[in-house]
Design a protein. Structure first.
Length: 60
């Protein structure tokens, strides 16, 4: 029984690694909606208010 479980869990773990790698590559390449979210939220949206407040200008 333990040999069966070892083989079964090895196969399941290997398949999980393959699926996880494919999901990672899908998100790394942009996914379906990741690109749109990245365009909406970029670094300038967060840096600009901080720079304005550091320069002494009141925030909008």
């Amino acid at each position: 029984m333990s040999t069966f479980l070892i083989v079964l869990l090895s196969i399941v773990g290997f398949l999980a690694l393959i699926v996880g790698g494919l999901v990672f590559l899908w998100f790394y390449q942009g996914g379906c909606c990741v690109r749109r979210i990245r365009q909406k939220i970029n670094r300038r949206d967060y840096v600009r208010p901080v720079l304005k407040s550091a320069a002494g200008e009141p925030e909008a």
